[in-house]
Design a protein around this ligand. Structure first.
Ligand code: BGC
Length: 759
């Protein structure tokens, strides 16, 4: 009650001041509140501890309760459940002196209880509406259950599959990643009815763009490692998705763990202040990553925690996740920084409507009706269908008829907790179907789906334990031979072997760097044995990253990349396997032939000794490997369908582009196969002569279209100076006159082109 009265009085005082100060309501509210705060209360707002341990009914006695009462906490994260959150919020609102409500954050990365595919898989839909819808459904569910802030989207471009967190981003390309990141911000923050009025609707949540910046380019693909990039490459290859999220109005940004130019992002003034705020105009709050402030000591850049806190806040950090280092910032000369950070955090709370109603995100009714609904599940299922990528399909082995007798084999075939994929904090895996259940439900007769696990994830139990953390244990205690014999016996009875193999959920994600991307040993050996039976094999490859599939590509007729497609994985895979829909995903990141090619991207720079066009095998004194082809096994943008598409040549409305004009590029795409399907038509550009040197090609636009069997459609792209330009090393965008190649096609390697000259 006390709090409500204080807040009410504040609101009245503010209204009275409105006319004369010229400040917004928001500013006046925050000014007023801050004028009542002690330095300790301000520091408390900057403090973000984690709470995995508060059980509903026990908030009062939790060790965090006293800190909240004393006003030493600004928010909490990863606490699940509207009732528990409500209880904790009540302590803040009713038992602390000023009653300032807490922020409740969570890593809602690709869904809440309804889990969507991992973000890398969502990027493979090339469907920004799918990404926006995923974020929208996530926001509806999370906000119904007490959460008002998510640590998503992760917009870290990554060209190196060794890095396990490639699963959480949108792949190797800045243009595709930018579109996906912006779509997710819209989905989280914008109410459907009136775009622009962000966060007004209580079914929206504040997004957090992460990890700023360039976290996806660690040296050697090693987690948390140093990043070394020229500014030219930062601006062109890594920054566009961050910038797009800022332009979409993202409310908060998380700094990354890595160093960049020798400075950890957590205390990097250029990144957090000059670039983010001054150049890009970001006006939200910046949060540190988990214990990153105190880790400035471990980086060897700060002597102690206090110095670490000073460096971080001076660089532009507002909120300190878990380190409790900002609580030490009582020095007088720190007050201007503390005031600024506190203001930004209170402003975020104001924008979230928490001062109007601190319980607006813990509606005890909505949390009963809005989670894991049939509608949300259906949406997740259709996004999952679109995210699967058909890598190979010899003799149209897929789709299978629902009468086919299948031997479903592999460590991923009958596991529930591994379907949702990494970073699914709020998932309820006991409710999700296993693949085996999904296929059995879809088959005409469930006895048509035989099953054997066949092997463990790997022979190495220690590696398996690391790859199945967080309750995703799956190791079988039978001998390798017993498991294999059982699988071979089952396979002999079937017409087709469907192998569900690859990585487990936690084989990718945070701190899962790999130096070897082959199919894990035990699974590879089992595939070799299965192949000897001479039956057709469909590999359903689970992984949170591109892996090396050379042997599989050479020896198996069909490979469907299924990633981790979320809570509805089983049904979505069955839909595609049995042909209820055609696969339509296209790779958002290339699959290499060898780890030694990494990092790799189709956007490679032009060299002084390039390979001849169309060649990618060794050529002396030209950029090539002596022991491996240059190209990836499966290129960026690639993905097959159950049908085939024919592309007409492209025509341009003009061959010359005055720098301020537009030119239209037109082509016709025809579905020449036997079923209706979606195709993603891609457009790339190349500057023929430029200074500085630019990549051999750059994705600039695409269209995902639906074509009925036999149907043709005209696809148009608008080419303007922005599409042809680039950022210089100062971050200034420019377009140079000269010749450009305009390339279109179904993936980054199979392109036809025409030319345009820019004056
Ligand atoms: C991760 C972040 C995440 C945070 C909070 C960190 O380890 O790097 O992405 O948001 O934990 O869970």
């Amino acid at each position: 009650m006390k709090t409500r009265n204080i807040l009410f009085a504040l609101t009245l005082a503010i209204t009275a001041l409105t006319a004369c100060t010229g400040k917004s309501d928001e500013e006046r509210f925050v000014d007023n509140l801050m004028s009542k705060m002690t330095i300790d209360e301000k520091l408390g707002q900057l403090n973000l501890p984690v709470t995995g341990d508060i059980v509903t009914g026990q908030a009062q006695s939790s060790n965090i309760a006293e800190q909240i009462r004393q006003g030493k906490v600004g928010g909490l994260f990863n606490l699940k459940g509207a009732a528990a959150i409500r209880e904790v919020q009540r302590i803040a609102v009713e038992e602390s002196r000023l009653g300032i409500p807490l922020l409740f954050g969570m890593d809602v990365i690709h869904g809440y209880e309804t889990v969507f595919p991992i973000p890398l898989a969502v990027a493979c839909t090339w469907d920004t509406q799918a990404a926006e819808t995923m974020a929208r459904v996530s926001a509806v569910e999370a906000s119904a259950d007490g959460i008002c802030w998510t640590f998503s989207p992760m917009a870290d471009v990554c060209q190196d599959a060794r890095w396990g967190r490639i699963s959480e981003g949108f792949g190797e390309d800045p243009c595709l990643s930018a579109a996906m990141a912006a779509a997710m911000v819209r989905g989280y923050q914008h109410p459907e009815c009136s775009a622009g009025q962000q966060l007004e609707n209580p079914a929206t949540i504040m997004a957090c763009l992460k990890h700023f910046a360039c976290y996806g380019a660690p040296e050697g693909g090693m987690e948390y490692y140093n990043v070394e990039l020229s500014r030219y490459r930062m601006f062109n290859d890594y920054f566009p998705p961050y910038r797009a999220a800022v332009e979409a109005g993202v409310g908060s940004v998380m700094a990354s763990f890595n160093t960049l130019e020798g400075i950890p992002s957590t205390c990097n003034n250029w990144l957090l202040t000059e670039l983010l705020r001054e150049q890009w105009g970001f006006n939200g709050m910046v949060v540190a990553d988990y214990t990153a402030v105190q880790e400035l000591r471990d980086h060897g850049i700060a002597h102690d925690k206090h110095e670490a806190a000073v460096m971080a806040i001076k660089a532009g950090m507002d909120m300190d996740m878990v380190s409790e280092a900002f609580l030490l910032l009582k020095d007088k000369d720190m007050q201007q920084y503390v005031n600024q950070a506190c203001r930004r955090i209170l402003t975020a709370k104001y924008r979230l409507g928490l001062f109007d109603d601190p319980y607006r995100y813990c509606d005890t009714l909505r949390c009963k009706t809005d989670l894991y609904t049939a509608e949300h599940r259906q949406t997740a299922r259709s996004v999952a269908q679109k995210s699967l990528v058909l890598l190979k399909n010899e003799n149209n082995l897929l789709p299978l008829s629902k009468n086919t007798r299948i031997a479903l084999i592999g460590p991923l075939a009958d596991t529930r907790p591994n379907m949702s994929g990494t970073w699914s904090v709020a998932a309820t895996p006991w409710r999700y179907k296993t693949l085996r259940e999904g296929l059995q439900d879809a088959a005409t007769d469930k006895n048509n789906v035989l099953y054997a696990k066949g092997c463990n994830l790997t022979y190495d139990p220690e590696l398996e334990a690391r790859a199945t953390m967080f309750g995703r244990e799956m190791r079988d205690t039978r001998t390798d031979k017993a498991m294999r014999d059982e699988a071979l016996a089952i396979a002999r009875k079937a017409d087709v072997i469907v192998a569900a193999m690859g990585e487990s959920s936690e084989y990718s994600g945070e701190c899962t760097s790999r130096t070897n991307l082959d199919m894990p040993d035990a699974q590879h050996d089992l595939l070799v044995e299965l192949r000897k039976l001479g039956k057709p094999i469909v590999l359903l490859n689970f992984s949170g990253r591109p892996v090396v599939l050379n042997w599989e590509n050479e020896n198996l007729p069909t490979i469907l990349q299924v990633w981790f497609a979320g809570s509805e994985t089983a049904d979505a895979v069955a839909d595609v396997l049995y042909g209820d829909c055609s696969p339509s995903g296209k790779l958002a990141v290339a699959f290499p032939r060898s780890v030694g090619q990494l990092p790799m991207s189709y956007r490679r720079f032009r060299t002084s000794r390039p390979m001849d066009e169309g060649r990618d095998e060794f050529s002396k004194f030209q950029s090539s490997y002596i022991d491996c082809r240059n190209t990836p096994l499966y290129p960026f943008g690639y993905g097959l369908s159950y049908t085939t598409f024919e592309y007409s040549p492209v025509t341009l409305s003009a061959n010359r582009l005055n720098i301020d004009q537009q030119v239209k590029a037109t082509l016709t795409v025809t579905n020449t196969g036997d079923c209706d399907a979606d195709e993603t038509v891609q457009l790339y550009i190349r500057a023929m002569v430029s200074n500085p040197v630019r990549p051999v090609k750059e994705l600039r636009d695409w269209q995902r279209i639906h074509l009925g069997k036999g149907e043709s459609r005209q696809v148009e792209f608008i080419i303007d100076k922005h599409m042809l330009g680039f950022y210089n090393a100062d971050g200034v965008y420019e377009t140079q006159p000269g010749e450009y190649r305009i390339m279109t096609g179904p993936d980054s390697q199979h392109l036809q082109y025409t030319s345009i000259s820019v004056e």
